[in-house]
Design a protein around this ligand. Structure first.
Ligand code: FMN
Length: 471
């Protein structure tokens, strides 16, 4: 859905009763703790912090902006009445129509309302929360970072966390292999700094695109334009000349310096795994050369913690599902991917189908960094964990239905990777495949379930449903 900018999104969700305003909170842990508390509530409101301690009124932080099903469906334009599995299917099918809508140069650029260059740059002007008690510093954790490949001119947008070092310096964590990392290393290999522009708050679709793990060469701006069905308006950054969202709230521009030019400790930071897996380590610095900001800016915060992600449309499940389709794995009826667990529901069509699907998850890009792949039959809803447990308990024979795959792609922040492996640079782990499907070759002899037939269910619902609901 199209929003002009983040403040229009705030206005609309407030009208829908989806927003709480909080005045006077402190960047030092209080904003983070309130965000986590709000996320633990059933309805999980978005929270807009204003009059933040030490900042003028109007300098705001917006959290929990997407982590409930209403706001997520709203941003993606997916009908509210659909259940999780149906919503995911809806968006997966929609993605087949993906046709990038290229960004356009804006006539006016509200983000340039205030332009601070070189010595005028002062990162302390905006609120940088320390989100969790063990965090090693203050962080921006929901950024949309624009870089440009020096060889091909491809413009990439990715989301990475930035830790505040001083008034014009930050350090960033970019996972190896992420496109932003590939691009910065291309500059560094030529002995150059990598120019980057970091948007700290803008129309939600840009962040959705920045974190979507799109293939190399696909424009995140084009994807964001397609999600909102309207081109993203961009303007040239004052220092980098990179295209930045014209209606952004704050953009920081500068140079990501090569590691030889000095490092700063980055971390620890409470990560999306729910742990401090990455610890604190030296990371290359970014020197901020220009700061573009609106007069009453809203910065976005998406601090990771357990329960922070309730969305299904932003989960990797849809990408896993699409990758399975690309590989020609038939009859996949649902995919739930969360916390490194991929639960795939299939209508088995041939012997070995379940294992083929499981291996395809591991061989793809979206199913990476996982720990378990569970395959269930099509009568099991992968989002209904009670049904998944039932399948595990009744259709899986541990002696013959479990496989452990070794030396699988993992990453530094994996909390279960032993320290000696991390130190040796051996970032690989193991993944268990659990086949919880009825064995294909004797499926017809598998005891039938006690569930009433769909026909009988519908008939009963028609006759008795209303009376039961009236209760
Ligand atoms: C809120 C949020 C924060 C993220 N933080 C990081 C981060 O600090 N480092 C990182 O490498 N990836 C992070 N990610 C994941 C990347 O943004 C994602 O994998 C993205 O597709 C990488 O883009 P790229 O391959 O174009 O560089 C984050 C994602 C979200 C949604």
């Amino acid at each position: 859905m199209k929003f002009e900018d983040l403040r229009e999104f705030v206005r609309v969700i407030e009208e829908k009763g989806e927003l709480k305003r909080i005045e006077g909170a402190d960047c030092e842990l209080e904003i983070g703790a309130i965000t986590e508390l709000a996320a633990s509530l059933k309805e999980c409101p978005a929270v807009l912090f204003d009059s933040i301690k030490g900042f003028p009124k109007g300098y705001r932080v917006l959290t929990n902006f997407m982590n409930n099903r209403v706001r997520e469906r709203f941003i993606f334009g997916v009908p509210m009445e659909l259940g999780d599995r149906e919503a995911m299917y809806y968006w997966k099918e929609k993605m087949k129509e993906f046709n990038p809508i290229a960004p356009v140069e804006a006539g006016a650029a509200p983000v340039k309302a205030n332009v601070l260059i070189n010595g005028e740059v002062d990162l302390f002007r905006i609120p940088w929360p320390r989100w969790h008690e063990r965090d090693g510093g203050k962080y921006m954790c929901a950024t949309s970072v624009v870089t440009k490949d020096p060889d091909t001119g491809y413009v990439n947008v990715g989301s990475y966390r930035f830790m505040l070092v001083n008034k014009n310096t930050v350090v960033v964590h970019i996972g190896s292999g992420h496109h932003g990392d590939v691009i910065r290393k291309r500059y560094w290999s030529k002995g150059e700094a990598c120019p980057a522009a970091v948007s700290l708050g803008q129309e939600p679709a840009v962040l959705v695109a920045a974190s979507a793990n799109l293939p190399w060469g696909i424009s995140e701006y084009g994807y964001a334009g397609w999600v909102r069905q309207c081109p993203v308006q961009v303007t040239k950054g004052e220092y980098t000349g990179l295209p930045v969202p014209a209606t952004a709230e704050v953009v920081l521009e500068g140079d990501m310096l090569p590691p030889e030019e000095g490092m700063e400790i980055e971390g620890p930071f409470g990560e999306f795994s729910g742990y401090y897996g990455g610890g604190a380590r030296p990371a290359p610095k970014m020197i901020i050369k220009s700061m573009l900001l609106r007069s009453d800016p809203i910065v976005l915060g998406v601090p990771p913690f357990l329960g922070a992600s309730r969305g299904v449309l932003t989960s990797r499940g849809i990408s896993v599902w699409n990758e399975l389709a690309t590989l020609g794995i038939p009859n996949v009826v649902g995919v739930n991917y969360s916390w490194g667990m991929a639960i795939i529901s299939i209508k088995q069509a041939y012997p070995g189908h379940a294992m083929r699907a499981a291996h395809a998850v591991l061989g793809g890009t979206a199913g990476y960094h996982g720990r378990f792949v569970i395959v269930v039959d099509d009568d099991i809803d992968p989002f209904n964990l009670e049904e998944v447990f039932w399948a595990l308990a009744t259709r899986c024979d541990p002696e013959t239905s479990l496989d452990v795959c070794r030396r699988i792609w993992s990453y530094k922040i994996d909390p279960r990777l032993p320290p000696d492996k991390k130190d040796a640079g051996n970032l690989t782990g193991s993944v268990a495949i659990i086949d919880a499907c009825r064995p294909y070759h004797w499926m017809d002899k598998f005891p039938p379930t006690t569930k009433i037939s769909e026909e009988l269910f519908k008939k009963t619902e028609k006759e008795w449903g209303e009376m039961l609901r009236r209760g």
